[in-house]
Design a protein around this ligand. Structure first.
Ligand SMILES: Nc1ncnc2c1ncn2[C@@H]1O[C@H](COP(=O)(O)OP(=O)(O)OP(=O)(O)O)[C@@H](O)[C@H]1O
Length: 546
């Protein structure tokens, strides 16, 4: 049902046309059988009937081609629409919500569920055609003999009840198999991201393969197999029932009810004709079942992505914050992570901080003290659970958050490089990038043409420098570097702290550096130290923080 609603809402005209063609094709097909029966009983002139037969066959062919072509279009469009819509939703949703959904679940929905919905559209139109044929044929049977039809219906009812019982069990299995898919995609990601660690350690690789990946894959495969088996059982049961009912019509009912040989022939002929259609109807049900669960998963995800307590980021209305800022303030800001599995939580804050243009601020503290979380709060990637962030005295809310985000250029410790200098519209971008590449000592490795980097196959430290290049080109007022220099050689580390950072602040940029390099702390205007989520020390003029 959801599939039909989705289809008509998404492509009303094409779907209506496809459905009409499918229905008309069904009527054409059903008319053929009545014509064949009439021809067998010589009820009209044979020449006239021959033309009718040829016309109907041609009609069925044309309508079938049209509906199949429309179907193919609808399938591709459905997959495209869902993937684009979900991708847009994901890009619009707040970081915290995405983190709580998890990458593996997002990936499973984008790949598996979207394909399942598209896949269910494939048998959809033949399903409609077949339903029409079957319904017309059943009416024909009723018209031939309603008494015989009652007997037939009784057997059909018995079949429907048993079918439904097996169907329910198979649906439960399908849901379990779908949750296995989420876990399996999670393992695939882990395998690809952690391939070096897995390759290096034989026992770890074996354990990952045989204790993590394979059991989930095997369980999923087993569940899909049993699910398929239940459907096969249902199909076989349906076939048996049809044979059973034919046997009853041929050998039992004639002794109980008065029927002519012509009616018997009509019944058997019609049942033989709709046999394949009935089976096609049943064969389509698994695809619909998969789509139903996929819809449910996408709906769940939609609900999680658009939860009321974490509103979506509003689109960029104006860039008014970047025109000039005087001060940025965090007032009693806090954030808590809940770890359901460990039944524990980590709270950062309440934090009170102020930044002004042209400052060089170091953010220091032990591992897990909350430095990266604070950076996410400052940048607006996280919304404070308590307190507020103010820019020039204006509170940052969901209405102005998108504009506020444009204030920052951040290189996170787990940064991601893009080989296109995406979103940087400056016409001199190639020349500027080339100039920075020289400064970053990467010009012998990388070049930029039409905003595209020639390569990203670089060492870890060199990739970090490329991330710095992007940050430079963004030319935003507030820079944050999360342990950027950790992988740099001493020479370049020195250049970064003593040349690059002062050059940025000299241009009026505020720079917040998350760092453990205490030999450079003396360069800072201010040092902020975090200790287990609390602001431990804030030095204005620094010699040492220890
Ligand atoms: N997405 C998350 N979900 C749950 N807990 C998280 C998440 N991210 C961080 N944490 C927890 O919050 C705490 C602070 O993490 P954060 O990354 O901010 O620390 P950090 O000071 O940057 O650490 P490091 O110096 O190791 O990078 C840690 O205890 C961490 O386990």
């Amino acid at each position: 049902m959801k599939l039909l609603t989705y289809l008509f809402r998404n492509s009303p005209y094409i779907a209506t046309l496809a459905m009409l063609t499918a229905l008309v094709s069904g009527i054409g097909n059903a008319s053929l059988i009545t014509l064949i029966h009439a021809a067998l009983n010589r009820q009209a002139g044979m020449g006239h009937m021959g033309w009718q037969f040829a016309g109907l066959a041609l009609f069925a062919l044309v309508t079938s081609v049209i509906s199949q072509s429309l179907l193919s279009y609808l399938y591709r469009k459905s997959v495209f629409d869902w993937q684009i819509r979900l991708s847009r939703d994901i890009l619009q949703t707040s970081l915290r919500q995405l983190e709580s959904v998890g990458g593996a679940e997002l990936f499973t929905v984008l790949v598996e569920d979207v394909t399942a919905i598209g896949g269910a559209l494939v048998p959809m139109l033949p399903f409609c055609t077949n339903i029409v044929v079957v319904l017309i044929c059943l009416s024909y049977l009723c018209w031939l003999s309603w008494k015989l039809f009652l007997g037939f219906l009784l057997v059909l009812l018995l079949g429907a009840i048993t079918y439904h019982l097996i169907w329910q069990r198979s649906q439960a299995l399908l849901k379990l198999a779908r949750s296995d898919s989420g876990q399996l995609y999670g393992h695939f990601r882990l395998m690809i991201d952690g391939i070096k660690e897995l390759k290096l350690h034989h026992d770890r690789r074996q354990a990952f393969f045989s204790e993590s990946l394979q059991p989930v894959a095997a369980r999923r495969q087993r569940r899909f197999f049993f699910w398929g088996m239940l459907h096969a059982l249902n199909q076989a049961w349906a076939k048996f029932l049809l044979l059973f009912v034919m046997g009853m019509i041929l050998f039992v009912f004639p002794s109980l009810i008065e029927v002519t040989p012509s009616i018997l022939t009509g019944y058997i002929l019609t049942l033989l004709y709709i046999r394949s259609m009935l089976f096609a109807l049943l064969a389509a049900l698994p695809a619909f079942a998969m789509a139903e669960i996929a819809f449910q998963k996408i709906e769940d995800l939609g609900i999680r992505l658009q939860r009321d307590d974490i509103p979506k980021i509003q689109p960029l209305s104006s860039n008014h914050f970047t025109d000039g800022w005087q001060h940025l303030e965090l007032v009693d800001v806090s954030h808590t992570y809940y770890r359901e599995r460990e039944e524990s939580h980590f709270t950062l804050g309440p934090i009170n901080l102020k930044f002004t243009p042209g400052e060089l601020v170091f953010l220091v503290g032990g591992n897990g003290s909350g430095k990266t979380t604070l950076a996410k709060l400052i940048t607006g990637l996280y919304t404070p659970e308590a307190g507020a962030v103010y820019l020039n005295g204006e509170c940052i809310t969901h209405e102005n958050r998108e504009s506020y985000l444009q204030l920052f250029s951040v290189v996170f410790a787990d940064f991601q490089l893009f080989n296109d200098l995406l979103g940087l519209k400056n016409p001199q971008i190639d020349a500027q990038a080339q100039q920075y590449l020289v400064q970053l000592q990467l010009d012998h490795k990388v070049s930029v043409q039409n905003g595209q980097l020639s390569t990203m196959d670089l060492s870890g430290g060199q990739r970090q420098r490329l991330a710095l290049l992007t940050a430079y080109l963004e030319d935003r007022p507030f820079y944050i570097f999360d342990e950027w220099a950790a992988n740099q050689d001493p020479v370049f580390k020195e250049i970064f702290y003593t040349q690059f950072l002062p050059a940025l602040t000299a241009r009026g940029k505020t720079v917040l550096v998350i760092s453990h390099d205490d030999q450079y702390f003396k360069l800072a205007n201010r040092i902020i130290k975090l200790d287990y989520g609390k602001l431990a020390v804030e030095h204005c003029s620094v010699e040492s923080t220890s």
